[in-house]
Design a protein around this ligand. Sequence first.
Ligand SMILES: Cc1cc2nc3c(=O)[nH]c(=O)nc-3n(C[C@H](O)[C@H](O)[C@H](O)COP(=O)(O)O)c2cc1C
Length: 183
Amino acid sequence: MAVETFLSGNERYFGDDDIIVSKTDLKGRLTYANKIFLDISGYQEKEVLGQPHSLIRHPEMPRCIFKLLWNTLEQGKEIFAYVNNRSKNGDNYWVYAHVTPSWDKSGKIVGYHSNRRVPDRDILDQHIIPLYKDLVAKEKSTANRKDGMHLAETMLNDLLVEKQVAYDEFIATVGQRRRRGYR
Ligand SMILES: Cc1cc2nc3c(=O)[nH]c(=O)nc-3n(C[C@H](O)[C@H](O)[C@H](O)COP(=O)(O)O)c2cc1C
């Protein structure tokens, strides 16, 4: 599905106590979206149900983050990620997302589920936005999409090796040392 790319330059925000919830089938097509999801994305329920989650994909999100997300989910594992989303009118909104498979009683994955909270603004500004900018630049540095993805994945892996952490630990701890330093 073609992703809308018009951007208004306006950022949307949601409340600290709000949780944006959606559920999908195995292919990532939406089967449920709560009111907060609909309010912030600017879509009506009938416009999102049955649509791929890339309906709200922001064009400046690195492709390698979604590849990691899907690889992790398909292994039956949960993942946390900072995600920039695009509202219907071209506004954007950042979320801190937890995405997890849903299982039936026999242990088979039957769909996926995501809860999103307000991200820490300092972590976004100081770590995630610069990192994503670099990853997107790598992805676009060659005309070959596969090569670009590989370059971005290598950059992310190099960062994790340098920090001696796995991706999930990186996401859980990014910005923490600096925050502790203020106390
Ligand atoms: C439960 C679940 C929640 C997702 N939430 C988002 C989301 O909020 N924003 C987003 O852009 N992609 C989300 N995705 C990933 C999309 O399925 C898709 O991989 C991504 O938008 C990139 O689209 P593309 O691969 O067509 O470029 C989610 C996937 C799942 C399974």
